[in-house]
Design a protein around this ligand. Structure first.
Ligand code: ADP
Ligand code: MG
Length: 582
């Protein structure tokens, strides 16, 4: 579940996959590389200029005062153009890459099955989209820039020193494998740590998220100290891991520096051998030493960037992990028009993954289109599970669910869900206007006439018009500015506007005061007309009028009939009724 325990995928695989996102922009990418290659060529050009200068001095050539400054300025003009082209076009590529990646991840996220959301903390999911993708940006922008620019610089400089004196330059080939080994092993450590750092950011987000959304509970149960502790732990954990990363990278850089300087020491030693002294001109000497002296800086920058690359790779890997999760199964091909709403369950059983108990156990029932069926039973008896299976939030494997005679899996998900309106106990409102919340996901956005009609039928019109800005009032995050009953009625209006033939009310009336309950009761009665309604409710008044009442216990239907029939039977339902129902 957490990415922390998983072994890191091979660097190369993650790299190549990330590179596949560059492909659409390969033209710009090549252009930026050309820019950086030109920029980098100015480094050996500077060393070359030293040679020209020394030669002008030796030959006492007064013309040097004209062409040497001109060459100097020329080199910097070319260098500047190369730098701009390289930096700008690489940023175009990397910013688009991250935008594509973030969008693709989000698009995938909204298609993942309910199971994914059951198994993963929202804080971790959010951190992946918000934080991890920016880490990919860092690797894609800054790191890539340094690699291309400084890498090209090192290559140009090496080519130049080899050209000047290849024998002496063999020293660099000697240290290359040592540097490669260090970079590799440090890279591995950084990669593992990066994954941990990113995980700890998810942890911080999660604690924060829970403390914010649960702030009332935190206050009323005196959980402040507990939350502060929890946050402290998560944050300190993040800090320690981040510091460990810094320690490794900042030890790494001087170490590499030292190795390069040792190579340079060896070169200076060699250069001063009588044998070599005879071989090269003074100009070549100066040029050679200048080029060699220019080498440590790009090498240091290259080694610095290892941390950013490893962070980016670890982040990309965690993002790819989301992308690789299979989306909701949607293999159905039947495009449901407006269904009649006959629902039939045949020997339906369901067990939540990882649970050893059946949440539904061999349930068989036929619900005629347009009728109202009430589900009652103790909490945990499987009522919500039944409702969720019909909406295909979970995928049943045993038994069958048929709507209008066709297994629900044969319908396309979108067309099936168009036919089902769900109102649950926990209402979800978006931080938008009342009107847009009612019209959410429907084609009625902006159609005030239909929105008003739905609000009226949900008995919500009166309170909406009393709001400061009526239908244009922003409801606040998840409707904090409304009462429970008001939110509930907006949710019902939303379901009414959807005008689906199947209506599922899962405890839509729980936890309401009498006043709201009465209004909602009337709203529901109106909503049920002409629809197949599955109503799960605690209060008797809402269900007494149902055509059929199904009494559930431990995932089974234990009784079934009308209110009067079941009372007359004097068993489970009668017992529930006597005790005020569940
Ligand atoms: P009801 O709505 O009748 O109160 P549910 O259908 O929600 O009951 O739950 C039936 C059983 O399934 C319970 O034992 C519950 O613990 C379990 N359950 C419900 N939702 C999940 C889930 N998302 N993952 C695992 N088990 C679940
Ligand atoms: Mg329930």
């Amino acid at each position: 579940m957490t990415s922390e325990s998983k072994p890191a995928a091979s660097n190369l695989a993650v790299y190549l996959r990330l590179l596949s996102y560059v492909r659409p922009y390969s033209g710009w990418f090549v252009l930026s590389i050309v820019g950086f290659v030109v920029f980098a060529a100015s480094e050996p050009a500077q060393a070359m200029l030293m040679k020209v200068l020394v030669e002008a001095l030796e030959q006492k050539d007064p013309d040097g005062r004209y062409y040497i400054p001109a060459l100097l300025i020329g080199i910097y003009v070319v260098r500047g153009v190369g730098s701009f082209v390289g930096t700008y076009f690489l940023s175009v590529v990397s910013n688009r890459l991250v935008h594509d990646l973030r969008r693709e991840t989000f698009n995938h996220l909204v298609r993942l099955p309910t199971r994914y959301y059951d198994d993963n903390n929202s804080g971790h999911i959010i951190a992946k989209i918000v934080f991890n993708t920016t880490q990919v940006t860092a690797a894609a922008t800054d790191a890539l820039k340094v690699i291309v620019r400084e890498g090209a610089t090192v290559i140009w400089l090496l080519a130049y020193v080899f050209y000047l004196n290849w024998k002496m330059s063999l020293v660099f080939l000697l240290i290359a494998p040592v540097i490669a080994l260090i970079v590799r092993s440090v890279g591995r450590k950084l990669r593992k740590l990066s994954t941990k750092v990113q995980h700890s950011v998810g942890e911080v987000t999660q604690v924060c998220n829970e403390a914010v959304t649960g702030h009332r509970v935190v206050r009323s149960f005196g959980g402040e100290a507990y939350e502060i502790d929890r946050f402290h732990d998560a944050s300190a954990n993040n800090m320690r891991r981040a510091l460990r990363m810094v320690k490794i990278t900042s030890l790494n850089t001087p170490l590499l520096q030292l190795i390069v300087i040792m190579a340079m020491g060896l070169i200076v030693f060699l250069i001063l051998q009588p044998h070599f002294l005879a071989e090269m001109s003074t100009g070549d000497y100066v040029a050679y030493l200048t080029a060699v002296a220019l080498l440590p800086k790009p090498i240091r920058q290259l080694s610095d960037v290892n941390g950013a690359i490893q962070r980016g790779l670890a982040a990309a890997e965690s993002v790819f992990e989301i992308l690789d999760m299979p989306p909701e199964t949607d293999t159905g091909t039947v495009e449901a028009g407006r269904l009649h709403g006959d629902i039939e369950l045949r020997h339906l059983s369901y067990r939540y993954p990882g649970s050893d108990q059946l949440a539904l156990d061999d349930v068989s029932v036929a619900i005629a289109g347009g009728t109202t069926v009430a589900l009652v039973g103790r909490s945990g008896s499987g009522k919500s599970t039944l409702a969720n299976l019909i909406s295909r939030f979970y995928h049943h494997s045993d038994g069958e669910i048929l709507i209008d005679g066709i297994p629900i899996g044969d319908y396309t998900l979108a067309s099936l869900r168009r036919n089902i309106a769900v109102v649950t106990q926990t209402v979800t409102l978006f931080n938008d206007t009342v009107a847009n919340n009612i019209a959410y996901g429907s084609d009625a956005v902006g159609d005030m006439e239909r929105i008003r009609a739905a609000a009226r039928d949900a008995y919500a019109l009166e309170f909406i018009e009393a709001l400061p800005e009526g239908f244009d009032t922003i409801v606040g995050e998840n409707g904090v500015k409304l009462s429970g009953g008001q939110k509930q009625r907006i949710a019902i209006a939303r379901a009414l506007l959807k005008n689906a033939p199947i209506l599922i009310l899962d405890e839509a009336t729980s936890a309401l005061d009498n006043e709201s309950e009465k209004a909602i009761q009337m709203a529901l009665e109106k909503a049920m007309v002409g629809r197949t309604t599955l109503i799960i409710a605690h209060r008797l008044s809402t269900i007494e009028a149902a055509d059929t009442i199904l009494v559930m216990d431990r995932g089974r239907i234990v009784e079934q009939g009308t209110h009067e029939e079941l009372l007359a039977r004097g068993q489970v339902y009668a017992g529930l009724h006597a005790s005020g129902l569940s």
